[in-house]
Structures are given as C-alpha cells and as structure tokens.
Design a binder for this molecule. Structure first.
Ligand SMILES: *Cc1c(COP(=O)(O)O)cnc(C)c1O
Length: 406
C-alpha cells in the first residue's frame, strides 16, 4: 500500500469546472472564473475584496510594491516558516527582521515588541499548519502609544493606518477562525497560497484579501492592485475584448502576476464545498490522529485550537518527545521504505545555507530548533481513507516505539 504525503483534490467536480472554462466561457486567462473565485474567497474570509494572483509569493511582491515600501524599510517575520515568507521581503529590497516562535509554532509577539524600530513597516505572522497567529496580541501591541509614536509613515496610506501593518502569511490557513470569525478579519491584509499541496489549490496560485475601509475605498485599492498585477495596464484582456473597448493605458511599472481562469476553475470547484465538506473532512483526520496519539506517552500533539484561534487543519505537526533529528529522520526513512510519505515542516530559516550565510544563527532561535528536531508531518488531504490513516498510525507507532526500546 502506497500512501503519498499529499494529493491535490481532482475529481468530477473539478473536471466539470475546467470543462466549463474550456467549452462554455472559452476564456483561459483572467476572466469570469477568476472573478468568481475572488468573490468566493471574500465571502469565506468576510472581507471586502480579493485579488487573485499566480502564487502566494507574487501576491507578497505585488502588495509590497503597491505599499511603496523602500530599501531600509523593515518587515518582521518568524524564523519558523517556509523560505518564501522571508524571500518575498528580501527580493522586494526590504530588510527582513526575524523573531522566534512559541510552542504552538506561531510568532512570538513578545519578541516582535522588542524588534520594532522606526523603520518597521509591517509584521508578517505565519499561520503555521493552519493555526492563526496571535493577532489580538499583535494588534494591541501595534496600537499601543509607544509603537504608534515610533511609526514613521512615508506614504498617505501609511499615514492613515498610523502603525505597522499586519500582513498575514495565510498560505496554510484559508478558513481558519478566531473566536468564530474568519481569521482574515484580524489582519490588515491576508495572503493565501493555492499551490498544489495547500488546502485549496489552483495548481499554482494565490490571493490577497482585505477589508480595511468602506467598500468604496477598498474597491479603489482592489482596482489598483489588479492594474498593478497586469503590467500596470488599465484594462484586463477580458475588458479589452468587449466591443469597442480596445484602447488601454499603462499607468505604472506593474508586475505580471494575474491568475488565469483555467487555474481559477480548479480552486473554484473546491472553495464551493470547502466549509461544508472539505474543511470538516480535514478536521476529522486531525481528530483521528489525536484519538490514536493522545494515548501515546511519547507523542506531542499539534495545536488545533488555542484560546479561540482555530486551525484550518493544513499540516498535522506531530512531535516525538525526547527525539532528536537523527532519530526523527530514522522514523521518516523507515516509513518511506514502507511506502508512507511523511514530511518535516519546516527546516527553520537559520539552518538553511542562504540564511546562514546572511548571518542568521540557530542558537538565537531555540524554540524553532526545539520544534523542528522532533517534528514529523503526517498526511492530511481530502480523500485520505480510514484504512490509510490506520496504516500510518500503526507503522509510525511501531517505528517510534522500536527506537524508544533501543
Ligand atoms: C506555500 C507557502 C508559501 C509560498 O506559496 P507559493 O504559492 O508557492 O508562492 C509561503 N508561505 C508559506 C508558509 C507556505 O507554506
């Protein structure tokens, strides 16, 4: 029996939506499907507008460009994340400032407080594994008089906000909740990823969603982000295609990061049944794992809900008490030989060559290392069978217990 770590959901409903793109609208690049996906994301996130793009990464680059951030401006990110979080900051010419995480894998807001300077323009927490970061604590910190008076706005938008922005790296957390409300309501901007391994996928893709002001003002921001995502062109190909509407202008040195309809179709078929079917199925998988591992003295279960912050059940981050990297890796190899795909999320940034070479030292991020050294991510995806779950749990337990007995 072969159990892959991750499988995108491809079924007859996905095929139906793609078929509709190919044969009903006949429109492959950004058009009606992308627009509908944007509306569905806003609905799910309780936000005013959503801009779909071709990856989380290009969404971050696009947003930093729209914000007119400049060299010298600082963005604070956690050390425990996928590299894209920091690389988007670095590739925008900005200074990336790192803080450690807490035991629930999310950003340590007390350390954020110590790292804020008069150059800090944004904080980018990561909802790791799907668990929303502590946005309430972050917001009260950013809203404090000491942070507001330190803030040095350079653009009109920054003046209006009056404090560093909260930009959520929500690559894992579409559908996550805080006190029963979509987590996106607790950040200024949230950026999702629809890469093939994420909860909802478009093959490759991403989206920026927000509710900052009233609908009129937010529509203006939406329009500007859309224009900036399409070479700075005032009309989309779809709009230009309308009778007599050929003339366009280029009003900015935009990027080219729009999401094609053929991709949007895949995500659209998934988001339509996400809250009702797909997300609850992921939750049941987490609960199954919990039911097995809570009886194991060696298991440290991943957080599913912490003080009202409820996960979107993206990655099951199991930890093995007392294990180090070497023992953890042996478990992974043994499972791999049996055809069971597991993974590690993530190697902390300071352990990766590029970040090490730029001066990061893991000794300054002890919690990241502690979480990483004994972490094993287990398969979680729609369509993962009960039988597979049992095989995973039995084999994992066997391998761990074998090593404990040694
Ligand atoms: C996947 C991921 C990204 C990057 O998403 P892309 O769509 O591949 O650009 C960023 N941050 C985190 C935490 C991720 O897991």
């Amino acid at each position: 029996m072969k159990i892959p770590f991750s499988l995108p959901l491809i079924d007859s409903l996905v095929e139906k939506e793609i078929h509709s793109t190919l044969h009903e609208t006949g429109w492959l690049t950004s058009g009606p499907k992308t627009k509908e996906l944007e509306e569905k994301i806003s609905e799910l996130s309780d936000t005013n507008f959503t801009v779909c793009v071709n990856s989380w990464t290009s969404g971050a680059l696009l947003l930093f460009k729209w914000l007119k951030l400049e060299p010298g401006d600082e963005i604070i990110v956690p050390s425990y994340t996928y590299a894209a979080t920091a690389l988007a900051v670095i590739n925008s010419g900005l200074k990336c400032v790192y803080v450690d995480v807490k035991d629930d894998f999310t950003m340590d807001m007390d350390q954020v407080a110590q790292k804020i300077t008069n150059k800090t323009k944004a904080i980018m927490p990561v909802d790791l594994g799907g668990l929303p970061a502590d946005y309430s604590k972050l917001l009260s910190l950013l809203d404090s008089e000491s942070v507001r008076s330190l803030f040095h706005p350079k653009t009109d938008f920054q003046k209006v906000i009056g404090r560093p922005l909260i930009i959520a790296d929500a690559a894992h957390s579409i559908g996550a909740k805080i006190n029963g409300r979509p987590a996106s309501r607790f950040a200024d901007f949230s950026i999702f990823s629809f890469h093939s391994v994420k909860n909802i996928t478009t093959g490759e893709g991403g989206a920026i969603t927000f509710k900052l002001f009233d609908e009129g003002k937010d529509f203006q921001i939406y329009r500007e982000l859309k224009v900036l995502s399409l070479n700075g062109q005032t009309k989309t190909a779809f709009e230009k295609n309308q009778p007599g509407a050929w003339r366009y202008d280029i009003v900015d040195n935009g990027l080219k990061v729009n999401m094609p309809d053929i991709n949007a179709a895949i995500g659209l078929s998934q988001i339509k049944r996400y809250e009702k079917d797909l997300l609850p199925e992921r939750e049941r998988i987490f609960e199954f794992y919990n039911s097995v591992f809570q009886g194991k003295e060696w298991a440290i279960l991943p957080p599913m809900e912490v003080f009202g912050r409820k996960s979107s059940f993206h990655i099951y981050l199991l930890r093995i008490k007392g294990f180090n990297e070497e023992k953890r890796d042996r478990v992974i190899t043994a499972l791999g030989e049996k055809g069971i795909g597991v993974n590690v999320h993530y190697i902390p940034l300071p352990l990766l060559t590029y970040f090490k070479n730029s001066g990061l030292n893991i000794s300054e991020f002890p919690v990241s290392y502690k979480l990483f050294e004994n972490e094993i991510s287990l398969p979680v995806y729609n369509g993962l069978s009960q039988e597979s779950l049992k095989v995973i749990c039995e084999n994992l337990s066997d391998e761990v217990e074998k090593l404990i007995r040694k």
